[in-house]
Structure formats: C-alpha cells, structure tokens
Design a binder for this molecule. Sequence first.
Ligand code: BEZ
Length: 211
Amino acid sequence: MALQLGDQVPDFTQDSSQGPINFYEWAGDSWVVLFSHPADYTPVCTTELGEVAKLSPEFEKRNVKTIALSVDSAESHQGWICDINETQSTTVNYPILADSDRKVADLYGMIHPNSLNNLTVRSVFIIDPAKKLRLTITYPASTGRNFDEILRVIDSLQLTDNYSVATPVNWKDGDDCVVVPSIPTEEAKQKFPKGVREIKPYLRMTPQPNK
Ligand code: BEZ
C-alpha cells in the first residue's frame, strides 16, 4: 500500500552522488525534503535541482535537509551536477540518490507505470524529525515544482506542531492564522493574547502566535 500521511517512512541505505547514505542516520534530527525526478540531463529537472540549491539557506533556516533521487547512477549524477551548477549559476550541495536498482523508488512508490514507464515521477515527501510522513505531492513529468510552496508548507507544519492553530488559504509566514475548531472561543481568547476575531463561531482568526 502507498505511504500515507502520518506513516513512519521506511529506512534505506543507497548510493548517492556523495557516496552511500543510510537515510535515518543522514537525516538525524532534521526535517527532510526527499524528492524524485524522472532522469538526469533533462531540462525541467535541471532547473528544479538548481532552484533547490539556491534555496539551501531557506531550508537550513528551517532545519531541513534536502535529498533528490532518480534511477540514474552516481556517476551520471556527478556529471549532471556540473551542468546544473554551470547553467543555473549555483552549487548543488545536497546529495542525489542513485537508485539504479529502484530500491527506494519502490519503497516510496515513486514509479507510476501508467505515467512514466520505469522512471520516477516528480514526487515530494516532507518528513519530520520523528521520520513521519507529513506531506506528499506528485507532479507530472512536464510540470516543474514550486519549491516556494514546499517551504510554505514546512512553515505551516512547524508552526501548527507547536500552536493550536491551522493556516488558511494561501497563508504565508506572518499572516493571520485560524484557531483550531476544538478550542472554544472563550478559551481561545485566553490562549491567544494577541486577540481572536470571531467571524463565525467556527471561523476564528488570530495573529500568528510566534511572531
Ligand atoms: C524534464 O525534466 O525536462 C522532463 C523529464 C521527463 C519528461 C519530460 C520532461
């Protein structure tokens, strides 16, 4: 059965552009964005992996490690990384898993044979420090991902893990939040000293608690 939100993600050891990696050891206490792409030396993937490299200060700020994957070899990844660095004006400083035997792709359900035969589709997994799966998105091969959206979701997850709020449509860090439905409004007013605005009994807004 496919991995579902809240599941403990499987551990693995696999080769990478930076040598063999044991996933759990490598992840340590960090959040992880694990993302697959169809193949090395392809145009959309080149832009995506360059963008993730450019965003590395944003991932680091949030205690997130990034790791890419395709079914190409480590040698192929190393050659392609030179092209990414050159064409995207960046330095890829995170590993790309070399999943030639499809071990990780099968464990995580990254191959969708009715879409791309024997190649990994554009999957994204956000994994928390307890190794629980917190988000999964699958994109078609022809659509490059929006990694600002991935950062936005990480901001939401890290906030809502610590405060009794949820984040509304198009929320971004600093915007007002929604009070979770399980908290009565009178209790919410105590809990959120910055104020609670009751639009409907079920729709209560509060300024972001950690700002
Ligand atoms: C790309 O990364 O450009 C790509 C890969 C597979 C199919 C289509 C595009």
